[in-house]
Design a binder for this molecule. Sequence first.
Ligand code: HEM
Length: 180
Amino acid sequence: MNVATPDPVRSRAVRRLPLGRGWHRTLLITHIVSGGAWIGIDVIVAVLVLTGRFAGDVEVRSLAYRSLATFVVWPMLTAGLVCLLSGLLLGLETRWGLLRYWWVVMKLVLNLVLCTLILLVLQPGMDQVDAYGKGLLVGHSDTAAVANLFFPPAVSLTTLTVATILAVVKPWGRIRRRAA
Ligand code: HEM
């Protein structure tokens, strides 16, 4: 870590919430694990979407869509919210703050946008995906319900990769306050 980004674990003088080192580490581990779990769930989504579209066996395709509709959204949202909450606490607890550094603000915005998309765009379409998966078994094949399913994992994986890069590189420095 360089001079511009001092280690917030060691620089206790700049801590804002009075949490001990153990709590800080627990929060940071929770944050990193939830971000990793979120990325992992996105990879599962990508595999299910690709299987649903391209597998040769119609039963396998149906199972992929029904699994996607049944198992994926709530674990994904949970990982996103745990990442958000632990990130908020880390911001409040360390010198980084929530609105002091551009990289933290960017991550906050990205996290909020993704969670909103899961809730408002992905989740409402899952009944249709389930119906499409069941319909495949009886010969239905109107792909409209699943045509855009490639976008959620692609957008989410790209965004989470950007968030991880922001977390590690910590670019752009502090947000300057306007002179009064
Ligand atoms: C969008 C999903 C997110 C991902 C994938 C992510 C990933 C990470 C990773 C990998 C680290 C560890 C970096 C390191 O130790 O060098 C980290 C640290 C951090 N994250 Fe996030 N993060 C996300 C969202 C957030 C949000 C929403 C906030 C706050 C609003 C936040 C605030 C922080 C802070 C303050 C640290 C530094 C903690 C420290 O150095 O002690 N993150 N993040």
